[in-house]
Design a protein around this ligand. Structure first.
Ligand SMILES: Cc1cc2nc3c(=O)[nH]c(=O)nc-3n(C[C@H](O)[C@H](O)[C@H](O)COP(=O)(O)O)c2cc1C
Length: 269
């Protein structure tokens, strides 16, 4: 996977990151206080990651409220958070893609101010168009095998989801489909979506992606949502697709913090 540092755009760096244990603990305490409890699906069935394409006869997951009230900030601060690997997947292959620009900005935000998250860009441009004739005895073409391995290694996902004709862009759907074949590599992993597009800011693509995620057994954060209306003034991106709007950058940070909190909760089970 391409590391976050290699995709970061230096113009927007504000602070150098630090990985010291003290800072990690302090960030953890501050984060705990800023996030209310949320409703999540449990991940009691991690072994069910290898689920097939047959829908389960019974729902695999119950829903329950996670109660963090027994945690105090000092207890949380004492626990050093792991550094989570976020696989960032962009549905646009365009060089100056706005959605790719959002993912680059996410990598910068994490490098600068979220020590517990590292964003790695997961390239999908060399995946063949899905065709199950390309599978031989359960093996996939090399580019697909490599992609599937990186999906499996990720702790969570951040999708940049452009809207094509009111739905998910083809390259993203193709990637989702390849990693769902055989052993479903997406199963039981948390994810967040951001998008940039026309009037709805890619919202229809986001909601279709959430629907696909039901069968893939992805667990999306519900809030905050981020839809960027890329064509409205003032400009949100420069001509290379880099995010130049500080308010959107701050909202992106809130998405990432929510994804981090949700991922840690799921991994606790
Ligand atoms: C085939 C195609 C269909 C599109 N359909 C929509 C659409 O339904 N809604 C929308 O808001 N934008 C639509 N757009 C415009 C995209 O939102 C716009 O091109 C955006 O910049 C794509 O994301 P990117 O910058 O990451 O490539 C479409 C673009 C293409 C190429």
């Amino acid at each position: 996977m391409e590391s976050s540092s290699s995709v970061a755009h230096s113009n927007h760096r504000r602070h150098s990151s630090s990985n010291s244990m003290t800072e990690l603990a302090a960030v953890g305490a501050a984060r705990l206080m800023s996030f209310p409890a949320v409703f999540i699906g449990t991940s009691r069935h991690r072994q069910a990651q290898a689920h097939s394409h047959e829908p389960p006869a019974e729902p695999e997951h119950t829903r329950r409220r996670v109660d963090d009230s027994h945690f105090t900030p000092s207890m949380e601060a004492a626990a050093v958070k792991p550094v989570l690997r976020v696989a960032a997947i962009c549905g646009s292959l365009r060089k100056a893609s706005f959605n790719r620009g959002l993912l680059r900005a996410a990598a910068e935000v994490c490098d600068d101010s979220i020590p517990g998250l590292r964003v790695h860009h997961l390239d999908i441009s060399d995946l063949p168009i899905i065709n199950t004739d390309l599978e031989t005895d359960g093996a996939f073409p090399p580019a697909v095998e490599a992609f599937r391995a990186k999906v499996s290694q990720a702790d969570c996902f951040l999708f940049g989801a452009p809207e094509y004709n009111y739905s998910i862009a083809t390259p993203l759907k193709n990637a989702l489909d390849w990693a769902s074949r055989g052993k479903n590599c997406w199963a039981d992993k948390p994810a967040a979506i951001v998008s940039a597009g026309g009037g709805f800011g890619g919202g229809r693509s986001q909601y279709h992606l959430r629907q696909v995620g039901v069968f893939l057994d992805l667990h999306f954060i519900n809030k905050p949502e981020l839809f960027v209306q890329a064509f409205q003034q003032p400009p949100k991106f420069d001509s290379d697709g880099n995010l130049i709007d500080d308010q959107i950058r701050e909202r992106l940070k809130q998405v990432l913090l929510s994804l981090q909190a949700f991922t840690l909760r799921l991994q606790k089970d």
